[in-house]
Each structure stands twice: as C-alpha cells, then as structure tokens.
Design a protein. Sequence first.
Length: 255
Amino acid sequence: MENKFIIVSNPRSGSTWLTSLFGEIPGTFTDYEFKWRPQYEAQPIHQVFDTGTDSIENRIASISGNHQNVGSKLVLDHRFHSNEELIELSKIFSNDLKIVHLIRDLRQVFISIIRGQFINKLSDRSGFRDNKVMLKSMKNTSNAVEETREARIIERGHCMRLLRNLVKNDIALSKMRCQFNNYFQIQYSDINEGFPLLLKNLSINAEGFDLDSLLASPPVIKMPSKKETDVVVNIDELEDIIELFSDLRQQAIEV
C-alpha cells in the first residue's frame, strides 16, 4: 500500500526545497504542485483543483508509479480566499493522507513575495530524474538570472491586505489538525534539524541513507538573501503591521 503525503503552505515558504528533499529519499517520489482555484493560466507543473469533489489522494495515486512513498505539495496563492472556498478546500483532503503544514516567518514571506520573480536553481547533486515535471521546470530556469527590480515603497493598506491573506491561509491549513488524523506542522527554519523526525512521522524509512549529506547539499539551491531595504524601501514603517499579523498567526496556529 502506498504511503501518500502532501506539503501545504503559503507561497515562498520553502515548499519546493522541502519537496525536493523528500524526493531524494530512496523509495520516495515527489512531483507537481497542486493549486486551489488559481486565477491565472496553470503551468505544466500545476495540477489544478476547482471543486471539493476530487481528492489529493487520487491525484497522488495517478503520479506514483511503483514507489512506496509518494507526495506532492499544495501552495495556496496569496489572494483572498472566502470562508466558503476554504471549507470546500478541506474536502479534497482525507484521513489516510499525511499532511505536512510548512510555515515560514511572515516577514520573510512578505519580503520574498514583494521581491518578485522566483528562480528555482538546481544544485549539482546527482540523482535527478528527468521524468519529473517539477525538476524539468527547474532545469528550464536553472541558468536564468533573477529579474532585477528596483526597491519599492509599499503602502500600509497593501501590506495589511497581503498579510491578512497569508495569515488566513495558514489558519485555514492549521485547522486541519482538528479534522484529520495525520497532520504535522514544521517551521521552515527547523527543517534541517527536524527533517529526520518528519520522515519518521511520515513513515518514510531513510535507514542507511546519508541525510547529513542531503541537507548539506540539497537538490534545490535557495535564492541568495537580499537586504530588506533593497526590496521594500519603507520596511521600517511597516514593522507594526508585520508584528501584529505575525502575533495573530502565532496565537491561532500553535499546536
């Protein structure tokens, strides 16, 4: 019987990095990015859900091949989702599916979104499988250069709306711990230290595999950091808003 799992998160939270780490474990296959009602044209990497009548478990089964562990990721866009939409979203999950809720510092997510185009780059690590749609999409951009953008002034209202959407997404995803048996939560900053335990929680056997080497040289290279004021000129003026929404989220999603 296949062991199925899904990583759920906001955008720019490290889901591609984490998904690619799982995909390097022997007997484990990960691919695609699931999207919930995107308001733009889907790309080849995307598997779209429009209603709650389909299921993540069925989609994962369709891409699995003959692997023992199979997973993907679902990234909620940073648009406003109505309560009705989020209730409908929960219907595509099931009790047999293991859910990993990946959470990243809200300030970092905000800066990354404002920063703009994201380029996923592959490392020289061996073992990439050409039949993966996700890896093919990264290979197509691995030599690309990040789009140069001038630092922006972000209005307080825009900042509040964006953070509201991100927080609402995380709260909706965190409520799954009350609905489904196999919900796990991990902070982006804790992945290196917490990866072995996460594998254990997901019933993925990595015995004999060099996890330290994988974490030291992951398949996906993180985008280099950038000075915050080179992205958002007036970041200091938005500190109170970011702190407010960060505190609200923390109180709401603590396990």
